[in-house]
Ligand binder design. Structure first.
Ligand SMILES: [Zn+2]
Length: 128
């Protein structure tokens, strides 16, 4: 891939093969400049866009969902870290749960074998 000159810092760079000739910025920092410039151009071309966004969209939505922010804050509140004992207890609980599920599964298989007289488990082990 041929080298290109960055539109933002002027350095030469090798474009990412997935972007190829369309790439205009050499780095993340220059991509951020590019994004900023695009946003500025958008605002220039679309004056009044987002002008009444809060009044027209945010405010009515918030009035319809009065508990939203309180619940969002509650969810974000930092949970206390579990102690080593609590972590161990949780691991044990999961192991017990898994064992119980395995037991149920094994009993189901056992019941199938018992209920179906035509299925002879011993036939699998018989030498022909
Ligand atoms: Zn650059």
């Amino acid at each position: 891939m041929a080298e290109k000159r960055c539109h933002y810092c002027g350095r030469l760079f090798v474009p990412d093969p997935r972007v190829g000739n369309r790439q205009k910025a050499c780095s993340v920092a220059c991509q951020k400049l590019r994004k900023k410039e695009n946003n500025r151009l958008y605002r220039e071309r679309n004056p009044g866009c987002w002008k009444n966004h809060y009044e027209d969209y945010v405010k009515p939505w918030r009035q319809k969902h009065p508990d939203y922010q309180r619940q969002w804050r509650q969810k974000r509140r930092v949970q206390p870290k579990p102690s080593p004992g609590e972590i161990q207890a949780e691991k044990l609980r999961r192991a017990i749960e898994l064992t119980e599920r395995t037991q149920v599964y094994l009993r189901e298989i056992q019941a199938e074998i018992i209920l179906k007289p035509s299925f002879r488990a011993s036939s699998m082990f018989q030498a022909s």
